[in-house]
Design a protein around this ligand. Structure first.
Ligand code: AMP
Length: 119
């Protein structure tokens, strides 16, 4: 699958669409999810064009990978979640039900997130 520049996160990165940005570094942008699924719901995206976690895992640089983890750390600090915890997930493909075709991690917290298993 080719990267499609018309996706909403690509527009946010080009400043063609608005977002409530909470953190950014050289390689990563973090902003509020427009339809929050928990009290805290932040999306973490790489600034470069990666479709999903597999594309990113194969093709990103070590610095880009590290930047994602630095963003996780910054958000845990920012929202003071080091003791209470949080959930970080990424959806991938049809079974993962990824809707926006630009890699993103959901950073969820501020409450008990409940059990994750759904079988
Ligand atoms: P996913 O199903 O993993 O692809 O998640 C896509 C997420 O993007 C959903 O949680 C949406 O609520 C969120 N979303 C869609 N459009 C926007 C937007 N313009 N700004 C912020 N979040 C958005």
């Amino acid at each position: 699958m080719e990267y499609d520049k018309s996706n909403i996160f690509s527009k946010i990165l080009r400043k063609e669409a608005d977002a409530k940005i909470v953190y950014e570094n050289e390689y990563v942008l973090c902003f509020e999810d427009i339809f929050p699924k928990s009290k805290i719901h932040i999306l973490i995206i790489p600034k470069s064009e990666y479709l999903d976690i597999f594309d990113f895992s194969k093709n990103s640089s070590t610095d880009e990978k590290e930047a994602i983890f630095l963003a996780f750390e910054a958000l845990i600090d920012m929202f003071k979640l080091d003791k209470k915890g949080c959930r970080i997930i990424t959806n991938h493909g049809i079974d993962g039900r990824q809707e926006v075709p630009h890699l993103h991690f959901h950073f969820l917290g501020g409450q008990d997130m409940g059990k994750m298993i759904n079988i």
